[in-house]
Design a protein around this ligand. Structure first.
Ligand code: ADP
Ligand code: AMP
Ligand code: ZN
Length: 214
């Protein structure tokens, strides 16, 4: 399974990714997670990304593309992978295609999770994440067993710095301007699998699995 999961911020990509990678035993490659990890560790890359991320803007293509190239060359990607949050521009998609070509492989499907703005804003603003293990919760839709605490390791949950209303609005607009064209790009390649993201977390996962295994 060589998959991309596409959709606006807050659509539920990461949430579905967690279940998909378990089912198919493939690595989860989230460029957002990679950048946040680099910011936490105060690396050069982290310093370069932080300004863009705090404003809700995209990190420049050249930075993103080389990281993904690197990651895809690792041995755990040999039997498949799930790219989450990448590509986000047509330029990134073209680079990815070129890289996969070089590796002699192709994407199997691009899962496109759709939801409208009101839902996206509510989901992003209510998102809480575990700083230790990366698990994602929602204050209303996906509550931890103990308020503010990770079910898996008990860590205190935090809110992402870019999950505040103004930045979420910018991120949605950036998605519309720069990422939406990928729907036509992958549609033309016959890879697109459109999923109604307004359903429950479980219903969306069931639908994804059904469509992937059709
Ligand atoms: P993305 O990776 O697309 O930005 P996430 O998977 O992190 O989105 O989901 C955003 C927020 O919405 C999280 O708090 C998550 O728990 C919640 N969420 C995800 N899918 C659903 C759903 N189908 N219904 C309600 N809330 C959801
Ligand atoms: P995410 O975790 O996918 O919501 O991404 C958080 C932020 O990381 C985005 O708002 C961007 O600033 C940056 N980012 C993540 N992936 C990419 C990408 N493929 N291209 C450019 N910027 C990205
Ligand atoms: Zn945790």
């Amino acid at each position: 399974m060589r998959l991309v999961i596409l959709g606006p911020p807050g659509a539920g990509k990461g949430t579905q990714a967690d279940s998909i990678i378990k089912r198919y035993d493939i690595p989860h490659i989230s460029t957002g997670d990679i950048f946040r990890e680099n910011i936490k560790n105060e690396t050069e890359l982290g310093k370069e990304c932080k300004g863009f991320m705090d404003k809700g803007l995209l990190v420049p293509d050249d930075l993103v593309v080389s990281i993904v190239q690197d990651r895809l060359s690792k041995s755990d990607c040999q039997n498949g992978f799930l790219l989450d949050g990448f590509p986000r521009t047509v330029g990134q998609a073209v680079s990815l295609d070129a890289e996969l070509d070089k590796m002699g492989i192709k994407l199997d499907k691009v899962i496109n999770i759709e939801a409208d703005k009101e839902i996206l804003v509510e989901r992003a603003i209510g998102r809480r994440v575990c700083p230790s293990c990366g698990a994602t919760y929602h204050i209303k839709f996906n509550r931890p067993q103990e308020e503010g605490q990770c079910d898996l390791d008990g860590s205190k949950l935090i809110q992402r710095e870019d999950d505040v209303e103004e930045t979420v609005a910018t991120r949605i607009q950036v998605y519309l301007d720069q990422t939406l064209p990928l729907i036509n790009y992958y549609g033309a390649q016959g890879l697109l699998l459109n999923i109604d993201g307004t359903q429950s977390i479980d219903a969306i996962f069931d639908q994804i699995v059904q469509e992937l295994e059709r």
